[in-house]
Design a binder for this molecule. Structure first.
Ligand code: FAD
Ligand code: DHB
Length: 386
């Protein structure tokens, strides 16, 4: 069995890469260990940078995104009982769009299958050879096969098999003393724009999925048991953290999904070994506060698709050789921004009075300085790709 590019992982990175390569006449096979329903329903990110929506639209995968995506021009920082708007579009000329990762995955799976693409679910990669190159996988019936290829794209997330196959990898990481409890609720959002709230009781984020569905997050301790959070306690805590002096009201509704996500920063360097290229969460993780994880996965894949296109079209390795350094420049910017947003807005349980006063001063400055607001807006809406 042979293909040009073997893609390990059918998350947003692997599926988009396969789609972009197909548009350039390059064959790929996507090998995904989970079943289709699982990858299409796994609740994760929801805020897309303009560069992400542009690539989906320009590649013909943006039809439903254009219909259902909610374009946003600003966000709110809320602290000290008051809201402070950051006018993203006025400051940068760019917008962001709320459209869930689940919907992007559904759209890309449907597109690949409609275009005759080879996407194999319940197919687990168990080994790879980055120089032969080839990948070994177990099919749905449990039989082991080898897929030969020209290149391997490791798009298999943080717990995949690709990253451990890179010898001499250097890794850099930070753990945080908190996690996020995320919910989906069948209730119209209580806000038109996202609210990032800092409160003595901890961070909270009000996002949305549609005019009828709200997505909300709460800072909780890192080892928190979800059983400690019955629905009534979640609503009570959210209401306390979003409370304003002018009596803003949070609407409650039935919770349809509830989960706890650990928070970490992680980067692996380099993102390439021989003919294996790492992309997305396989190479780096950010804490979710800046909404960068999914967008970084997309920008890696844009850079990789361009480099492979150049290789097949002209035989030149120039862009492939630059892949890791091109991606890492943007990855480290997003790492810094995500770390910055996280420390700006969360309550560190070890913070003393000095640290808390510095944090409040920092929040006041960001909410009042044009320069600081522009810095936030420029990073949030996304810096140039490549
Ligand atoms: P993934 O989406 O992880 O896809 C990797 C795929 O590879 C998976 O489908 C996996 O099943 C498959 N795979 C793994 N091993 C193998 C193997 N051996 N063989 C075959 N297939 C394999 N980001 C935000 O911006 N905001 C958020 O609110 C947010 N929430 C998140 C919540 C959770 C619980 C997690 C884990 C992440 C969250 N993220 C969030 C991050 C964002 O979802 C990721 O950055 C994004 O999914 C990265 O896409 P990816 O394709 O690189 O990896
Ligand atoms: C969402 C998630 C984020 O991490 C974020 O910063 C903004 C929005 C979301 O899931 O909608």
């Amino acid at each position: 069995m042979r293909t040009q590019v073997a893609i390990i992982g059918g998350g947003p990175a692997g599926l988009l890469l396969s789609h972009l390569l197909h548009l350039q006449g390059i064959d790929s096979v996507v090998l995904e260990s989970r079943d289709r329903g699982y990858v299409e329903r796994r609740q994760r990110a929801g805020m897309l940078e303009q560069g992400t929506t542009d690539v989906l639209r320009e590649s013909g995968a943006g039809e439903r995104l254009d219909r259902e995506g909610l374009v946003h021009h600003g966000l709110e920082l809320r602290f000290g009982g008051a809201g402070h708007r950051i006018p993203l579009t006025d400051l940068t000329g760019r917008t962001v769009t709320v459209y869930a990762q689940t919907e992007i995955v559904k759209d890309l799976v449907a597109k690949r299958l409609a275009d005759g693409g080879d996407v194999r679910f319940e197919t687990e990669v168990i080994g790879l050879d980055a120089s032969a190159p080839s990948v070994t996988f177990r099919d749905t019936a449990g039989e082991v096969h080898t897929l030969e290829c020209d290149y391997i794209a490791g798009c298999d997330g943080f717990h995949g098999v690709s990253r451990p196959a890179v010898p001499g990898l250097r890794t850099f990481s930070r753990e945080y003393p908190f996690a996020w409890l995320g919910i989906l609720a069948d209730v119209p959002p209580s806000t038109e724009e996202l609210i990032y709230a800092n409160h003595d009781r901890g961070f909270a984020l009000h996002s949305l999925r549609s005019p009828q569905v709200s997505r909300l997050y709460l800072q909780v301790p890192p080892d928190e048991d979800i059983a400690a959070w019955p629905d009534a306690r979640i609503w009570e805590e959210l209401a306390a953290r979003f409370a304003t002096d002018d009596g803003w009201k949070l609407h409650e509704g039935p919770i349809t999904d509830k989960s706890i996500t650990p928070m970490r920063s992680f980067v692996a360097e380099p993102m390439r070994h021989d003919r294996l290229f790492l992309a997305g969460d396989a190479a780096h993780i950010v804490p979710p506060t800046g909404a960068k994880g999914l967008n970084l996965a997309v920008s890696d894949v844009i850079v990789l698709a361009r480099a492979l296109t150049e290789r097949y079209a002209s035989g030149s390795d120039t862009l492939l050789d630059a892949y890791s350094s091109t991606c890492l420049r943007r990855v480290w910017r997003a790492e810094h921004f995500s770390y910055w947003m996280t420390t700006l807005l969360h309550v560190d349980p070890a913070a003393d009075g000095f640290a808390l006063r510095l944090q409040r001063s920092h929040l006041d400055y960001v909410a009042s300085s044009e320069a600081a607001k522009t810095m936030l807006a420029e990073n949030y809406t996304g810096l140039p790709i490549g």
